[in-house]
Write a protein that binds this ligand. Structure first.
Ligand code: URA
Length: 247
């Protein structure tokens, strides 16, 4: 194991590794060396792998399809809700515009507002390490976006009207990217994309359907920073996502 892999595992509270003896580990095709750590997760959630897709109905508006440049300009110029008045800039999203993987957070914080890029603060560092744990990298076959593009004051949760106003931008991003899998980070991302309320715990462990694209739910990195003992569950979710992606 190289130093980087070790650092990632340490970040996820999964180091030092132990590997069960006499136990073959199924290696998902593109997980590489870290796949051996599958064995260290408390359980690999066989129930998850077998979980049926949960289909949900979206009642969200579908706006006319636009191209990337038009969409970026629309977001840049947007003043449609009260959030814009309190932030420095809009935070559009970042990454490979043809990515297979789309990670969706809640909304920009202070660091993101300053830099104009999602997940660049402490939560972003953890997200980068979560990506690295499954051999992914920001910008390489990965796109990262948020439910709302403007920073809510004092990092509060975006309100329903703010989400409803901003969500069509993300819907357009998804339509343009056409990811193979969406990973919703936290409850706000999950409920906004799936159009229904539930606990994060009950969203986990199923493949949901976002307009024909599989969607799985895991913890928000900010929550994991506050509750590091939950990182093992996030690791299970990441492995589940890798399994789903290679299915
Ligand atoms: N939290 C989010 O949900 N998104 C970010 O971009 C940063 C922190």
């Amino acid at each position: 194991m190289n130093i980087r892999d070790e650092a990632v595992l340490r970040e996820l509270n999964l180091h030092p590794l132990w590997v069960r003896r006499n136990m073959p580990v199924a290696e998902p095709p593109h997980v590489g060396r870290l796949a051996a750590t599958q064995d260290i997760a408390p359980a690999v959630m066989p129930a998850m792998a077998a979980a049926p897709a949960v289909s949900t109905e979206q009642s969200l508006p579908v706006t006319e399809r636009v191209d990337w440049d038009t969409l970026k300009a629309q977001v840049h110029d947007c003043t449609a809700c009260k959030l814009r008045a309190g932030c420095i800039q809009t935070v559009f999203g970042v990454g490979d515009e043809q990515a297979d993987w789309l990670f969706v957070g809640e909304g920009p914080g202070a660091d993101e507002d300053e830099r104009g890029e999602p997940f660049v603060g402490q939560a972003g560092k953890l997200l980068d390490n979560m990506l690295a744990a499954i051999k992914l990298k920001r910008g390489q076959n990965v796109y990262i976006a948020n439910i709302v593009k403007c920073r809510p004051p004092n990092n509060r949760t975006p309100e329903a009207d703010e989400i409803a106003t901003c969500l069509p931008y993300l819907q357009q991003q998804i339509a343009l990217i056409q990811p193979k899998l969406i990973v919703a980070l936290g409850k706000t991302a999950a409920t906004s994309l799936l159009g229904r309320e539930a606990t994060l715990g009950s969203f986990r462990g199923s493949v949901h359907d976002y307009r024909g694209t599989p969607l799985i739910v895991t913890y928000h990195p900010s929550y994991l920073l506050r509750s590091p003992s939950e990182k093992a569950k996030a690791w299970q979710d990441l492995l589940f996502a890798v399994q789903r992606m290679s299915a």
